[in-house]
Design a protein around this ligand. Sequence first.
Ligand SMILES: [Fe+2]
Ligand SMILES: [Fe+2]
Length: 253
Amino acid sequence: MQIFAHLSDLHLDGGERADARAAAVVRYLRELEHPVDAAFVTGDIADHGEPEEYQRAAELLDLPFPVVSCPGNHDVRAPFREVLLGEPAGDGPINHAVEAAGALLVSCDSTIPGKGAGYLADETLAWLDETLSGHEGPSLIAFHHPPLDVGVPLVDVIRQTGEHRLAAVLRRHPEVAALLCGHVHTGAATMFAGVPLRIAPGVVSGSLLPVEPGAGRGWDEGGPLDFDGPPSLLLHVLHDDGRLTTHHRTVTK
Ligand SMILES: [Fe+2]
Ligand SMILES: [Fe+2]
């Protein structure tokens, strides 16, 4: 059994509020009885894609276990690579895979530079297919944008499209335990192409379903978002049979 943390949508913007919430989640991870096997950070790490925002992210995410990060629509590839990942700057998709505790942890870039919506480029899907083919055992695949509607109108209009291409890759790799994403700013679980899809809550804020108080708020009043709830994250337990159980944790101190 392995345990993976999953946080998302820190939206670090140089301000105190986002910083304090991200720092609280990181403190929670540092104070665990045992380190997790790895942590996933599924995008919108910086709010404006500024190098200073990634500098702060790099400080916060310098943790005693592997951290697998993918960019979101608020991120900018060149400083993400250079400052957060310590790699040469470049504008191509940011795709990585690492092995941790026998599992293959894959992060794919679902961003379209300059756009809110997402799409996995052909080169990303070809890389994913090849990467999964070279591994035996369970794998987890992370990207920012969910590849289907999730019931949050604000997000459904900027979800990942072209998803039938991802579904075709997944059909060739039944050992994929789950897909992990962010972007929605709410903890949620669904299925995509027969594979569990787990969505991490937004560290910086929560989004609202149409039935919830505040869902009708216009952008001049702060938009249909919850800024009052405490930050939270997911802990994924990967069982030896390849099944994933997901636990939701709220950080209150
Ligand atoms: Fe976000
Ligand atoms: Fe996003």
